[in-house]
Design a protein around this ligand. Structure first.
Ligand code: PMP
Length: 392
């Protein structure tokens, strides 16, 4: 059997039609397959490779850490320099109230940790979440995602979860003295890059404050410059109580985090002690890689290049078959009539050396979330391929 056949046989499949590109190398915004064909990666491993694949500083940081130590102890016991340095660096670039970082292995685990912290800190049991939100695939995270098709087969799920309309003022009344937290994506990713209004975000913040409810913002896709600002919440003039990171946080290695004020986070150390446990969360290799990626993002002023690239996409992605372009930073959902149209374009683009995708809750939309380092020329070429594929 060749590698592709072994992949289908022995690597657990959750799709009947995996892309099955046999990748042999990735660098910057380019992927190579086993036949030597190159692809422009217009999705960056789904919003992970914000500083590009295999950024030299990330590779070097991984090498250095490999020479020092790998796993040495479960989370939070030993002083591990990459973890400490990264937590310190992140909090230097966050509002003063977001000063304590709990590192996890994944985005979903960050979501789980935040839900637990909110319940423990408030003594309340209910959670408000939103229709068409995505927060992960573990049972807690699955309970709060906003689409019944994806949830239904796995019931029973967590009780006390209320799903509301995003960007809707009436829903604010659903938040009350029983609500432990509201969990929202700062910009809804899998709904097809849907940003709320500044007014609604501010009203949501205010309602949470009035009712003693914690506001949790999921920036697992929106963070690290994707929206054109370092953090998505900066667009709305608010600060969450708990902030969730994943994806680009690890610079290409698995890492998630929930971030809060030290006084809030302290609840996890008391009754019960060790209120949230992880063996590998904050792994030194992942933190070293993540820190190097974050430092590169800042030092190379990458976020400042996003506005120009956003404007380029807005200018180039015009076609009668494009129903709408949902764009926020270097992040877009190109809306077509239906899934069949969208999928035809995705497949034809892959043949022509361009990798895109669709969205979980918006399968008629083509996903664009490339490395933020993708050049103007690469973006022009990518847009030309998309337009060519629409016309097939
Ligand atoms: N929240 C959002 C907004 C996400 O996009 C994702 C992953 N697609 C998650 C949470 C879950 O992250 P992970 O897959 O690392 O568990």
């Amino acid at each position: 059997m060749n590698l592709r056949q072994l992949f289908l046989q022995h690597v657990a499949q959750t799709s009947t039609a995996p892309l099955a590109i046999e990748v042999v190398k990735a660098e910057g915004s380019t992927l190579w397959d086993a036949s030597g064909k190159t692809y422009i990666d217009l999705i960056g491993g789904i919003s992970v490779a914000n500083v590009g694949h295999r950024h030299p500083a990330v590779v070097e940081a991984i090498r250095r850490q490999t020479d020092a130590y790998l796993h040495v102890m479960v989370y939070g016991e030993f002083v591990q320099s990459p973890q400490v340095q990264y937590a310190h660096k992140l909090t230097e670039h966050l509002p003063a109230s977001l000063n304590s970082v709990y590192f996890t292995n994944s985005g979903a685990e960050a979501v789980e940790g935040a839900m637990k912290l909110a319940k423990r800190a408030t003594g309340r049991t209910e959670i408000v979440a939103f229709n068409y939100s995505y927060h992960g695939s573990t049972q807690g995270a699955l309970s709060i995602i906003g689409d019944e098709y994806w949830r239904n087969a796995y019931r029973p799920l967590l009780p006390g979860v209320h799903h509301c309309r995003y960007n809707d003022f009436e829903m604010l009344q659903q938040i009350g003295p029983q609500t432990a937290c509201v969990i929202a994506e700062t910009v809804q990713a899998e709904a097809g890059v849907k940003a709320p209004s500044r007014e609604w975000m501010q009203a949501l913040r205010q309602r949470c404050t009035e009712t003693g409810t914690l506001l949790v913002l999921d920036e697992i896709q929106a963070g690290f410059g994707r929206t054109g600002k370092l953090w998505g919440f900066e667009h709305f003039g608010i600060v969450p109580d708990i902030l969730l990171f994943g994806k680009a946080l690890g610079g290409g290695l698995p890492l998630g985090a929930f971030v809060a004020d030290k006084a809030l986070m302290q609840h996890l150390a008391d009754n019960p002690v060790l209120g949230h446990i992880t063996t590998f969360g904050g792994h030194p290799l992942c933190c070293a890689a993540g820190l190097a990626a974050f430092e590169a993002l800042l030092a190379e002023n990458i976020v400042a290049t996003v506005a120009e690239k956003e404007a380029l996409l807005r200018r180039l992605l015009v076609h009668p078959q494009i129903k709408a372009l949902h764009l926020f930073g270097l992040w877009a959902a190109v809306e077509f009539e239906d899934f069949a149209t969208c999928k035809k374009i995705i497949d034809a683009a892959i043949e022509r050396g361009l990798i895109t995708d669709w969205f979980l809750f918006a399968s008629n939309c083509l996903r664009i979330s490339p490395p933020l380092t993708t050049t103007i020329e690469e973006l022009e070429r990518a847009c030309a391929i998309i337009l060519e594929c629409i016309d097939l």
